[in-house]
Each structure stands twice: as structure tokens, then as C-alpha cells.
Design a protein around this ligand. Structure first.
Ligand SMILES: [Zn+2]
Length: 405
């Protein structure tokens, strides 16, 4: 993340302006706008209203209207629920994990890569590739949104023209891998502008603020080296480090409601949960991985993934395990999932090993159970050597889980 409040505030201001004129079909999204410290020209949105704009997209835009055009395109994907559609068709376990990874970043840099605890669930799993027809829909709806918001609607086509031009020298921008170019994309946007009667009177193209923000972005620290989607120590750097251990989980507990469930957790842990994404961390449970990003070494992260099929618990768990392993070269599943019961409800318990960000080995306990709205999953993370000290607290959390009727 850029972690620059000025830039995020500016993106939020444009976003809020566009939202005023966006047809969300009556759904009240919790919109959030964040700048990502990545030079690749890209932007993406998650189901639910989290919109991420790479600094590369801000740098590639010639004016505020072009930046607003990219954002209107992303907002349109959210409003038309392209991400959730896609997710129900495929990748659903991954989507659950992906939302969590992104939510982790939203919580701020400390918990930013908390997803890493579960095995570095990262933006990679978040990016949903849109179909070409979804792209056309987002272009058309976004162009209308630009128009209605008082921006020059021709900016959308102009931005794509920029991308096409730079593709000739630098290769296709990352934007086109997540937003595949439909045939005649620019012509389609231009014909939409004609249908709207051209740019509205006094349509805005640029602002002094845009130029100031562009300078602000240019002065940001360089993105972390290597793949920004892979925080945490490198595989092989498996040497125990001298990391102070968090204090023992307290016996006092704090109640928490999230999604359609509730649980209690040790009162000396911090709660970073949001909507469906669960993130509970003891003080000192997130450590600096050495590249400026926090990584979860002790704590609980969880979420809700959709689950279908004849055996949604077992199939959903399998999908989740597969996606965890795909993201983690070092992750090993120790044993087949075992049946357990949570307050009389069938659940599965699985143990995994991974490299710990503290060095050495990490033990992850994955518990999955079907609840209202899908597969609820809980990943309890601790360095293997310290796992026994946390195990009773982990089990108490599982015992406390209740679902809304
Ligand atoms: Zn798109």
C-alpha cells in the first residue's frame, strides 16, 4: 500500500463523487479507496466495494478525468457484481481467502500482510479476471457515470488509447490481463459518448489537485523489491530469529460478532476484523518481515467462502487447502482433515506446516464448518515451538463459535 493519507483522501473524493451517480441497485456498499504502491498500470475492485488503484495508474493518467474513468470502470464492476458472479462460477474458496488478504491490507501496514500467516494469501488470489463482456459493460456503465458526475466522458477512451500507445513500446499493461481488451473497445466507448450527446457543458477534465497528487505519488518511496504480492521471508531463510514472544492469551475473553457468527477471544488480543474477514492478533503477533510489511506470526484469521456441492464441508475445505498450498511453496498438509464437532455441528480439523516469519516452522490449525452463507474457516497461526502455549486459547475460541439462527 502507498500508505499516503493525502493520496487515499483524493481517491476517496473522486470515488465518492462517482458513487453519487452510480446505480448500485439499492445496495449500500462500504466503499473504500486505496492507493497501491505498485508501478504496474492497474486497478482492481473487490466485491463489497474495496477499490485499489495502483500508483502506476495515477502516473499513467493525463488528467483527473482519465483517473476518474479508470475508477468509474472499477466501480461499475462492483455495482454489476462481476466479481461475485465470477466467484460463484469458479475459484470460490480462493475468493474467500482473497477477500481476507485484501482486507488484511486495508487494516493498515501492521496487519497488512496478516494474510501471510495463513500462508501468504495475497493480492494474486484477489484479482478476478473479468470476461470481455463484463469489460464492455463496465466501460459503458463507467462512461455514463463519468458523464453524470460532470467529467468529460471521452476520458475513458483517452486512457485506453494511452495504454494502447504505451503497450507498443513497453508491452501490454497489467490492466489488460485483469481487464481483457474487448474488440473495438475504444470505438464502443466513443459511440456511448455520442449517444450521451458528447461531453456535457462545462465537463471537467483536469484539476490542480490532480497535478499535485501526481507529484505526491511520484515522490513516494519505491515499491518494495521483488514481487509485492509475496511478503514475508524468502523460502529457505528458515532460521529461528530472536523475535519476542507475545504474552500468554488471557483467560478473560471478549465477545465478537462477525458475518453471521459470534465467538469470544482472549481479552488481551486485538481485533482487526471487518465484515466477513476475521483477524485477531495478540500484541506482538504481527512482526516485521524485513521489507516493511507486517506478517502474522501468532493469531487467528478467518473468513467465509461459498460452499456448494454434495459435501460442501469436505469439498470446500479441500478447495481451501488447495488454494493455500498453491500460494505457499513451503506449506505442507500434515494429515487428512479429521471430523470434529463444534457445539454439535460437524466440522473439519486440519493441521499444516509452513515457514514461520519468526524463522523456523509454523504450525497452522485450520478449522472449517458450514454456517449461514457458506464455509466458515479459521486459521490459527503460531510458531510450532510456541504452539502448545496458545493451543488452549485456540480451542476455546472454536468452542465459543455460534451461528445466528
Ligand atoms: Zn474491467
Amino acid at each position: 500500500m502507498c500508505n499516503d493519507p493525502k493520496v487515499d483522501a483524493y481517491l476517496t473524493k473522486i470515488g465518492q463523487r462517482l458513487i453519487q451517480h452510480l446505480n448500485t441497485r439499492g445496495i449500500d456498499y462500504l466503499w473504500e479507496f486505496h492507493c497501491v504502491n505498485d508501478k504496474a498500470v492497474n486497478a482492481f475492485a473487490l466485491p463489497g466495494g474495496f477499490v485499489f488503484i495502483n500508483r502506476g495508474a495515477i502516473e499513467a493518467a493525463d488528467n483527473e478525468a482519465q483517473l476518474a474513468g479508470v475508477m468509474a470502470h472499477e466501480l461499475s464492476h462492483v455495482a454489476m457484481r462481476h466479481g461475485t458472479n465470477q466467484a460463484t462460477k469458479a475459484q470460490y474458496a480462493q475468493l474467500g481467502a482473497g477477500i481476507l488478504g485484501a482486507a488484511g491490507s486495508i487494516f493498515g501496514s501492521a496487519a497488512g500482510a496478516a494474510a501471510a500467516g495463513a500462508g501468504q494469501l495475497t493480492f494474486g488470489s484477489v484479482l478476478l479476471h473479468n470476461s470481455r463482456s463484463a469489460e464492455t459493460q463496465a466501460d459503458v456503465m463507467g462512461t455514463q457515470d463519468l458523464y453524470d458526475s460532470g467529467y468529460d466522458p471521452r476520458a475513458m477512451a483517452a486512457f485506453f488509447e494511452n495504454l494502447n500507445a504505451s503497450a507498443e513500446t513497453k508491452g501490454p499493461p497489467e490492466f489488460f490481463s485483469d481487464h481483457p481488451n474487448p474488440d473495438h473497445r475504444i470505438e464502443r466507448v466513443e459511440s456511448e459518448v455520442r449517444k450521451l450527446g458528447g461531453a456535457p457543458e462545462g465537463a471537467q477534465k483536469d484539476s490542480a489537485e490532480f497535478e499535485a497528487i501526481k507529484r505526491e505519488v511520484a515522490a513516494l518511496p519505491a515499491p518494495p523489491k521483488g514481487k509485492p504480492t509475496s511478503p514475508g521471508p524468502q523460502p529457505g531463510a528458515n532460521v529461528p530469529l530472536n523475535v519476542p514472544k507475545p504474552e500468554a492469551p488471557s483467560a478473560d475473553v471478549t465477545p465478537l460478532r462477525y458475518a453471521k457468527a459470534s465467538l469470544t477471544y482472549p481479552a488481551n488480543w486485538k481485533n482487526y476484523s471487518k465484515k466477513n474477514a476475521l483477524l485477531l492478533v495478540p500484541a506482538g503477533g504481527v512482526i516485521d518481515s524485513g521489507n516493511g510489511q507486517g506478517v502474522l506470526a501468532w493469531g487467528l484469521l478467518g473468513g467465509v467462502a461459498s460452499a456448494r456441492g454434495s459435501d460442501p464441508l469436505r469439498d470446500g475445505t479441500q478447495k481451501l487447502l488447495e488454494s493455500l498450498q498453491k500460494e505457499n511453496q513451503a506449506m505442507v498438509i500434515d494429515q487428512p482433515s479429521a471430523s470434529i464437532s463444534i457445539n454439535g455441528q460437524a466440522a473439519l480439523s486440519s493441521y499444516l506446516h509452513n515457514d514461520s516469519p519468526t524463522g523456523g516452522t509454523e504450525k497452522d490449525w485450520l478449522v472449517t464448518v458450514i454456517g449461514p452463507g457458506g464455509l466458515y474457516y479459521y486459521v490459527f497461526v503460531a510458531p510450532e515451538a510456541d504452539h502448545p502455549r496458545f493451543k488452549p486459547a485456540f480451542e476455546s475460541i472454536i468452542d465459543s463459535i455460534q451461528f445466528q439462527k
